[in-house]
Design a protein around this ligand. Structure first.
Ligand SMILES: Cc1cc2nc3c(=O)[nH]c(=O)nc-3n(C[C@H](O)[C@H](O)[C@H](O)COP(=O)(O)OP(=O)(O)OC[C@H]3O[C@@H](n4cnc5c(N)ncnc54)[C@H](O)[C@@H]3O)c2cc1C
Length: 390
């Protein structure tokens, strides 16, 4: 029997974790197709705003992934034909393949999320008024505004769940408070967090964040969605208009459109079960990470854990030893610095999905040490996945 071809869409946390987990099988050839010749880590991006993080520490290339025996192709996946077992890709300036189509025996889908503002009225016209921590260039724009505006209203928005990284909107609001306080301009600004959910996410931290918002003078509006944006105001679903000079809105999230077009799900890729991550219709297609429809938050630990459950299922079929894995995580949420020192404090929290209902844990006292722990955690992921560190 010849080797089976496994094609992984997405060279992020989930895709590379999966590729590395299955490459030990001598029965598989592993190819990762990903759109950019670099990966930019998410978790510490809010600290770019306070100058506590810099891009060079969170960007990685794929050269050492290639060296580890995984074939890496750069290109944007535009469609999947599950019947023909073929994926179409567009050209990328870093050409590692002249191919526009890649055939597979097994397909693994892990392209993360798309930020989709198309249902927000005025978004087409005013998208450029928005800047947030979710994409590299947009962080720069937000940072410039934050460090140069003299007075105004900063509006931060979290859409209805599920979206990538539950605490990131609150982290953004706290970073804004920190920088404005540091600049001595906090008194000239209102900071308003609008949330499409009943509670600030993750719900486990709602009470602590609300209390700290009160201390920081950050206004909180929950259970309301932004349905329109204009040049200097956003419109909520009850008709209320909220003015802004600085808008940090996270658009609703979904998986890339090629998934729906291939009949693999609506907003997210359907899977059979969190531990059997094959799609309901196709035994040879797996999905995991943020793009998959899972009953868990969309974060890095769940992305990793789901990728290992998927790897185990495939190894069970083709031969290979299973990895030990469960769904549970410890995470950290940045909660700024109330005094305006550029030394962000963080909360630690955890969720264990092995019990029903899931068991939460948290430390209600913000600490600088938790910010350092989050940095070590993020760096160890990047070094393990992109530098082949153990
Ligand atoms: C600002 C921010 C803060 C965050 N904070 C935290 C945190 O504190 N804790 C935590 O646990 N998680 C956090 N996360 C979330 C974490 O980064 C994600 O959950 C995790 O990266 C998901 O992994 P993934 O592999 O599914 O997606 P990604 O890591 O995004 O990887 C997807 C990959 O697929 C590629 N891709 C996308 N579309 C295509 C396509 N059509 N064709 C080819 N390639 C494609 C992308 O370029 C990318 O390389 C944060 C994320 C952000 C952005």
């Amino acid at each position: 029997m010849g080797k089976k071809e496994v094609l992984v869409i997405g060279g992020g946390i989930a895709g590379i974790s999966f590729a590395k987990a299955i490459k030990s099988s001598e029965n598989l050839n592993v190819t990762v197709v990903t759109k950019d010749p670099f990966y930019i880590s998410g978790p510490s991006r809010p600290l770019l705003l306070t100058n506590e993080q810099s891009y060079h520490r969170i960007i990685r290339g794929y050269e050492e992934v290639g060296q580890s025996g995984i074939n890496v192709v750069f290109g944007l996946v535009s469609s999947i034909d599950p019947g023909e077992r073929v994926v179409k890709i567009s050209e990328n300036p870093t050409k590692h393949s002249a191919k526009r189509e890649i055939k597979y025996d097994y397909l693994a889908i892990a392209p993360g999320v798309v930020f989709d503002g198309s249902k927000i009225e005025g978004y087409q016209k005013y998208w450029w008024k928005n800047s947030n921590v979710y994409e590299p260039g947009r962080v720069d724009v937000l940072k410039r505004k934050l460090w140069t505006q003299e007075k105004g209203v900063a509006v931060v928005y979290a859409p209805k769940s599920p979206y990538r990284c539950a605490p990131a909107p609150a982290e953004t609001a706290f970073a804004i408070h920190t920088v404005l306080s540091h600049r001595g301009k906090r008194g000239n600004f209102r900071i308003i967090h609008i949330d499409g959910n009943e509670k600030v996410q993750p719900p486990l931290l709602h009470d602590i964040i609300k209390e700290r918002y009160e201390k920081a003078g950050i206004e909180l509006i929950t259970n309301k969605e932004i349905v329109g944006i204009g040049e200097s105001e956003v419109i909520l679903n009850d008709g209320e208009k909220v003015p802004y000079t600085l808008l940090a809105m996270l658009e609703p999230n979904r998986a890339p459109a090629f998934i729906k077009e291939a009949g693999l799900g609506e907003a997210w890729v359907e899977v059979r079960d969190p531990k059997d991550l094959r799609t309901p219709k196709y035994d040879d297609i797996y999905a995991f990470g943020d793009a998959a429809k899972l009953p868990f938050p969309k974060n890095q630990e769940i992305a990793y854990e789901s990728s290992i459950f998927a790897a185990n299922k495939l190894l069970e079929e083709v031969g290979g030893e299973a990895y030990s894995i469960t769904y549970s995580f410890v995470g950290w949420a940045y909660v700024g610095n109330l005094e305006g020192e550029l030394r962000t404090e963080s909360l630690q929290f955890g969720l264990n999905f092995n019990t029903s209902p899931p068991k939460g844990s948290k430390d209600a006292t913000p600490k600088n040490d938790y910010t350092s722990q989050k940095d070590s955690w993020e760096q160890s992921y990047l070094n393990r996945l992109y530098h082949n560190a153990i």
